[in-house]
Design a protein around this ligand. Structure first.
Ligand code: PEP
Length: 252
């Protein structure tokens, strides 16, 4: 089963619309002719429309970093799947550890957001990851198993075709500490096994599992050479067009 590599930037709370357009204009020639992979950037809500317009025809997908599950209503400050789609987003990050840590996102919320994203044909990138304390207490697999099960609650195999999962150890995000390729592979193999238990063989074989946590141009190749690592979710190194392009071209 071949899974098209998915290399996604997560810009967090960086870049205006104009800055996003400059980035995309600079990245386009660097990515010209690159095939056999999906490049993507999750930008701030306010930059989605401009970024999506600039990215037209480039093959780079534009996405969001969060969404609310209701279609519309009195939910001050929230944004729906339909609004994201109308602005030009085609994927959304769900349950990033910064959302879980600073904004109270729970597995239950992630599961509701996931249902809404799938219903609205927005590709979901569901994040899971253990903290350093949990890893040191040998709780990594228990924590990740529970997060995955909770975040995918209610999902059925027939709806899982576009699901993307991201393993992002919290201790490796923005710290410069990357999981070794072997450490990441061990967890990815575990997560694929859990996907098999939850959704069956086909979904387990087809779901892309990304690694995130201090991915850089110089470590992406070794991570991507592992059999269960199907892409990367990249923060800091995705803010500059040249390092983003090097990551997308990890094997070129
Ligand atoms: C992230 O924000 O998802 C991330 C992995 O950040 P960084 O690459 O900067 O560690």
């Amino acid at each position: 089963m071949s899974r098209t590599p998915f290399l996604a930037g997560n810009w967090k709370m960086y870049k205006t619309g104009a800055e996003a357009v400059s980035f995309i204009e600079a990245a386009k020639p660097l990515l010209a002719g690159v095939s056999g992979r999906q490049a993507a950037v999750a930008v701030p809500f306010t930059a989605i429309a401009e970024a999506a317009k600039a990215a037209q025809g480039s093959g780079v997908l534009i996405g969001a970093q969060n969404v609310y599950w209701e279609k519309e209503g009195a939910y001050t400050g929230e944004i729906s799947v339909g609004m994201l789609k109308a602005a030009g987003a085609s994927f959304v990050i769900l349950g990033h550890s910064e959302r879980r840590q600073f904004f109270g996102d729970t597995d239950e919320w992630v599961a509701r957001k996931l249902q809404a994203a799938l219903e609205g044909s927005l590709v979901p990138v569901v994040c899971v990851g253990e903290s350093l304390a949990q890893r040191e207490a040998n709780e990594t697999f228990a924590v990740l198993g529970a997060q995955l099960k909770g975040s995918l609650a209610g999902l059925t195999a027939d709806k899982a075709a576009t699901l993307v999962v991201a393993y992002e150890p919290v201790w490796a995000i923005g710290t410069g500490k990357t999981a070794t390729a072997a450490q990441a592979q061990e967890v990815h193999a575990f997560l694929r096994g859990e996907l098999r238990n939850l959704l069956g063989d086909k979904a387990a074989a087809e779901t892309r599992i990304l690694y995130g946590g201090s991915v850089k141009p110089d470590n992406v190749k070794s991570l991507m050479s592992e059999p269960d690592i199907d892409g990367a979710l990249v923060g800091g190194a995705a803010l500059k067009p040249d390092s983003f392009a090097q990551i997308v071209k990890f094997d070129v």
